[in-house]
Write a protein of this length. Structure first.
Length: 141
């Protein structure tokens, strides 16, 4: 069973995961949708957001832009991240299921769809350690 998360804004992929308010989580069994649920994302630091997403047992994140530290934390938590996506939620989900996310119509403007790299400023954070996430989780408890 694969749990796929998509940050949503109206019926589209939210343009920035770091500031998204809602998250659609879809359970897939192969190419078949088994169910879905929409969650309100906590307005908090990316440490807490990562913890919340992990607690939902998400395996895959389909999203628009996101900060490098958030991407690294999700990846280090075992979540496969497909960033720099745009489009209607159902179309993006179908493209993921059909293995066609590389189609340029799903690339955010300014993104190179081949490498999924977007133009923009370089982030000052070069490395976030999973231990930082665990420490933040312990402090919260």
């Amino acid at each position: 069973m694969n749990k796929v998360a998509i940050p949503i804004w109206e019926n589209r992929v939210s343009p920035v995961l770091d500031t998204a308010n809602r998250l659609l989580v879809v359970e897939l069994n192969g190419k078949t949708e088994r169910g879905h649920e929409t969650y309100n994302l906590p307005v908090s630091h990316i440490f807490q957001r990562t913890k919340y997403i992990r607690e939902l047992h998400v395996n895959t994140m389909l999203c628009g832009a996101l900060s490098r530290p958030f991407h690294q934390m999700l990846a280090q938590s075992g979540i496969k991240v497909f960033p720099w996506l745009t489009g209607e939620v159902q179309e993006v989900l179908n493209a993921y299921i059909d293995n066609s996310l590389a189609d340029t119509r799903f690339a955010l403007p300014g993104c190179n769809h081949r490498g999924r790299r977007c133009r923009g400023r370089q982030n000052q954070f070069s490395h976030i350690n999973i231990q930082d996430i665990n420490n933040a989780n312990q402090e919260e408890s």
